[in-house]
Write a protein that binds this ligand. Structure first.
Ligand code: 13P
Length: 287
């Protein structure tokens, strides 16, 4: 069932669990994530970065594929199609193309400009029932060529953005995209607590879900995190499983060159990773 992210995150906040945003790259990714969500009765958010959207042919191709799968595969759990780290123009375009949820990432602007642009995105989204995520304090690491340094958000700025009428707020608390370095300082729970105190019932979003220790994830959920983004971990699982297929010479046996066979181990690896995350996030049987 294609919906916005609004209600699923409000339910998650209420129920003290988090909904996973799993980024998609192609048909196999999408099918694996939708199937896992349905099998485990979990709500799910399909994350689409601007780069991945282009890779898949464009936003309308993404929406067409997801809608088709939801029907063909009888997916009845709540699913949203969410633009990940959208630019201002990208967010407007994704909304016009049928996305049910968008992130406008204005974290690299001044707070005044971030507020102004976020307001405009909200105005365009509200009339169509589309949910909006905004960001304060850039998430570190590199995503689609955009590098941030792992900032700690200013809780007062978080409150200013939260009050604009967004549905979920991403705030930098030392989290970074991609693998965490050995000397990573961990999540800043003190700041997360301050953000929670100031923003009240606002579902908070934790980016950079790959490699955060389970205990930290649980502590974050206890402090109001209701959406956790995972991308790199599925990519690593997919690639490792695919490498094993080739290393074992399976592509040279029988019809092992058939792309449906080549991609099967990676597909299963994504399913397993997504299920493990859903168990940790507590979203299983919450659909
Ligand atoms: P990871 O790639 O570190 O899992 O982060 C995903 C993310 O935050 C997408 O916005």
């Amino acid at each position: 069932m294609l919906v916005s992210s609004k209600k699923m995150l409000q339910d998650a906040l209420q129920g003290q669990y988090a909904v996973g945003q799993f980024n998609i790259n192609n048909l196999e990714w999408t099918k694996a994530i939708l199937q896992t969500a349905q099998e485990n009765s979990s709500p799910v958010i399909l994350g689409v970065s601007e780069g991945a959207g282009k890779y898949m042919g464009g936003y309308r191709s993404v929406v067409g594929m997801v809608k088709g799968m939801i029907e063909d595969m009888s997916i009845i759990v709540p699913v949203s199609i969410h633009l990940d780290h959208g630019s201002y123009e990208g967010a407007l375009k994704a909304m016009d193309s049928g996305f049910t949820s968008v992130m406008f990432d204005g974290s690299h602007y001044t707070i005044e400009e971030n507020i102004q642009k976020t307001k405009e995105i909200i105005a365009a989204a509200k009339e169509r029932g589309i949910s909006v995520e905004a960001e304060v304090g850039a998430i570190g690491g590199e995503e689609d060529g955009v590098t941030g340094s792992g900032e700690i958000a200013d809780p007062k700025e978080c409150k200013m953005i939260a009050d604009l009428g967004i549905d979920m707020l991403a705030a930098g608390i030392g989290n970074i995209h991609g693998k965490y370095p050995e000397n990573w300082a961990g999540l800043n729970f003190e700041v997360l607590g301050q953000i929670k105190d100031l923003t009240g019932e606002m579902p908070l979003v934790l980016h950079g879900g790959t490699g955060i220790p389970t205990e930290m994830v649980k502590q974050a959920i206890g402090l109001g995190v209701s959406k956790i983004n995972v991308n790199t971990e599925c990519q690593i699982a997919f690639t490792e499983a695919t490498r094993k297929y080739f290393d074992a010479g399976k592509d040279l046996q029988g019809k092992g060159y058939d792309p449906r066979k080549v991609l099967a181990p990676g597909f299963e690896a994504i399913k397993q990773t997504v299920k493990e995350k859903m168990m940790i996030f507590g979203s299983i049987d919450k659909a």
